[in-house]
Design a protein around this ligand. Structure first.
Ligand code: TXA
Ligand code: MG
Length: 338
């Protein structure tokens, strides 16, 4: 394990990356599984290590705005405005790719996803490597994304050149992905930057899925994701207190609950064995977002039989939070209900 605040460790990690190794590193959203983004063989190793489908492209991470131009065909004016406002930060933009970008990074598409992470360790590592870093979230495909170095080590006990530890991630959910090759730009994945913040700056966005002529979403969005080992159910938003009270009245249990502070305060004492995470006030979905993936991993570590998660308003980071919860519950809710 390398320490992100040691200059020597950053240099060692950068050298491992230049030699084609895989290095996990912190960003403000989640930990990334990094490789030299201009080295096709190193990038292929990412897919192998994660068990990632080959049609799911990678994001290239840059540290300086001038590193964007060589990777793309052109920079639309709106992208400049967004970069100025939100980079470094949890925004990934999709551009037409330049010939410099390896096929494996874009998974055969004509476009490439680029982001400038808002984390001093990530920026230092990219600069020390002198290359854009290709990095998906540093989890085994399908698992909750890692928000600490320990989560990465849990999924990758071997196979990496190393992990750079930069402490817990403060956003906790992946970046928002905007396709800048459509007019208006399309929101491919809700994430750490809210739709409201984007629309305040550049006006309405296309939201794929709302119109049959819409371009497809990010390829990765079609796969099951973020999934804990235990089945996850969403609590009925019309009566969370009633539902949870009935579950608790059944006596000792090995169930897990992700609840807002507001709901927790209104509930009777929980039965023995129940595992409860206070996700914070309803008015602060950003705090719940920060805790979500770590809470799912924690529930698995406790071996709960099922997880019951409260539904949040889709304002601000609530939209990305609900997107991840919907994906985490997979398909089993179709057979079984609360
Ligand atoms: O916050 C984040 O974005 C984190 C950190 C490490 O930066 N990275 C991350 O990467 O979440 P990953 O690989 O787990 O998710 C990237 C998503 C996938 O859904 C992928 O399909 C989509 O971005 N994507 C990448 N390139 C694309 C492209 N050219 N067109 C459309 N979608 C693309
Ligand atoms: Mg991911």
């Amino acid at each position: 394990m390398w320490q992100g605040n040691h200059q020597d460790h950053i240099q060692e990690a950068a050298q491992a990356l230049r030699q084609g190794g895989l290095v996990a590193f912190p960003t403000e959203t989640v930990y990334g599984l990094g490789a030299d983004g201009l080295n096709p063989q190193a990038c292929r190793a990412i897919f192998k290590a994660k068990g990632r489908p080959a049609d799911n492209p990678l994001i290239l991470h840059i540290a300086d705005f001038q590193d964007l131009a060589p990777l793309v065909q052109d920079i639309p004016p709106q992208a400049k405005v967004l970069a100025q406002a939100f980079w470094p930060g949890p925004l990934t933009m999709i551009f037409k790719k330049s010939p410099l970008v390896p096929e494996v990074v874009s998974a055969g598409l004509e476009t490439v996803a680029i982001r400038m992470p808002d984390h001093p360790v990530a920026l230092a590592l990219i600069r020390a490597t002198g290359r854009p870093l290709a990095a998906p979230s540093a989890n085994i495909s399908g698992r909750p994304s890692p928000t600490s170095a320990a989560h990465v080590a849990e999924d990758f006990p071997t196979g990496l050149a190393g992990i750079v530890d930069g402490g817990p991630c403060h956003v906790g959910l992946e970046s928002t992905i905007l396709n800048m090759t459509t007019q208006p730009p399309s929101l491919l994945r809700p994430g750490g930057l809210s739709r409201e913040a984007l629309q305040d700056l550049i006006g309405p966005l296309q939201i794929p899925g709302t119109n049959p002529q819409d371009p497809p979403q990010a390829p990765g969005m079609k796969y099951r994701h973020y999934a804990p080992k235990s089945p996850l159910y969403l609590i009925d938003p019309k009566d969370p207190i009633g539902q949870v009270t009935r579950l608790w009245a059944q006596g000792p249990s090995h169930l897990g609950f992700l609840l807002s502070e507001d709901t927790l305060k209104a509930l009777p004492p929980p039965p023995p064995g129940a595992r409860i995470v206070n996700m914070g006030p309803k008015a602060r979905p950003d705090l719940a977002a920060q805790k979500l993936f770590a809470s799912l991993r924690d529930m698995d570590a406790q071996g709960v039989q099922a997880i019951y998660a409260e539904v949040w308003d889709t304002k601000g980071l609530g939209q990305a939070l609900m997107n991840r919860l919907e994906k985490a519950r997979g398909d089993h809710h179709k057979e079984d209900s609360l």
